[in-house]
Design a protein around this ligand. Structure first.
Ligand SMILES: [Fe+2]
Ligand SMILES: [Fe+2]
Length: 258
């Protein structure tokens, strides 16, 4: 099983990079499953039904989200209805959408889980206890499991990697938009990276126009943020390979100019 996971797609530039690179990536690397984090895909914050349904129609198997999942109200009914998009599982019960799902391709079943960290981010329940509950629910329903841990602190992410080692195929970090250099397969067979990075414009500040971000830092006044319109666009992703036993055998980091 070969899985491509794409880090936070930011705005129109990120979407165009994804859409232009995905077909060749998929065929050249014999990818079975494609999972994309789309929490910044609509104007830099959140996602819309139009974007999500377009990706799913073009062969993306599942979409994960994060702290911007609920930015656009119009998407709430879609999150309830579409089983291939997930928001953090440890958000309040009854919030729109679901926190985990199972998608199938060529007779293989991939469980996809989204969790939010609780260090510098708000969530209703511990990500660690929630991971245990979700895995109990997925038992017997999935051949491989991918966890997108959307979290700020590297310490919390490394801890989650150890919490899940040997229990899931992959635990990949998102949210910071900056890729880390620690991709590896943990001893129990879980592919791990603290942060995959972002797919979008690198000439801003984690996707935001650099002049606006700098003004905010310099003045500490409210500033309207827009997606950076620079032309230094990158796709940040990982390719994970796993055996039929659900254990990962490799994780490769992809940092590709868009
Ligand atoms: Fe993000
Ligand atoms: Fe985020």
């Amino acid at each position: 099983m070969r899985l491509l996971f794409v880090g936070d797609v930011v705005g129109g530039p990120g979407r165009r990079a994804l859409e232009s690179l995905l077909p060749d990536l998929r065929s050249e690397r014999s990818i079975d499953f494609v999972v994309v984090n789309g929490e910044n895909s609509a104007g830099g914050l959140g996602i819309t039904e139009k974007i999500a349904s377009g990706w799913l129609a073009s062969g993306v198997d599942a979409i994960t989200l994060g702290n911007h999942a609920y930015k656009h109200r119009d998407v709430y009914p879609y999150l309830d209805r579409e089983e291939r998009i997930v928001r953090p599982a440890n958000y309040p019960m009854g919030n729109p959408g679901r926190g985990h799902t199972v998608v199938e391709r060529d007779g293989m079943r991939l469980g996809v889980v989204n969790l939010s960290g609780t260090v510098f981010l708000d969530a209703a329940r511990s990500a660690f206890a929630e991971a245990d509950a979700v895995l109990a629910d997925l038992r017997g329903k999935a051949d491989h499991v991918l966890v997108d841990f959307h979290a700020e602190a590297t310490s919390e992410k490394v801890a989650m990697g150890w919490h899940l080692d040997g229990r899931v195929t992959a635990c990949v970090g998102t949210h910071t938009h900056v890729p880390t250099a620690d991709a590896r397969v943990l001893p129990g067979g879980t592919a791990y990276i603290s942060d995959v990075g972002m797919t979008g414009p690198r000439g801003g500040v984690i996707g935001v126009q650099k002049e606006q971000a700098l003004e905010r830092f310099r003045t500490q006044m409210p500033v309207r943020f827009e997606t950076s319109d620079d032309d230094d666009i990158w796709l940040n992703a990982v390719v994970i390979e796993a055996g039929a036993d659900g254990r990962a055998t490799s994780i490769e980091q992809l940092l590709l100019p868009g």
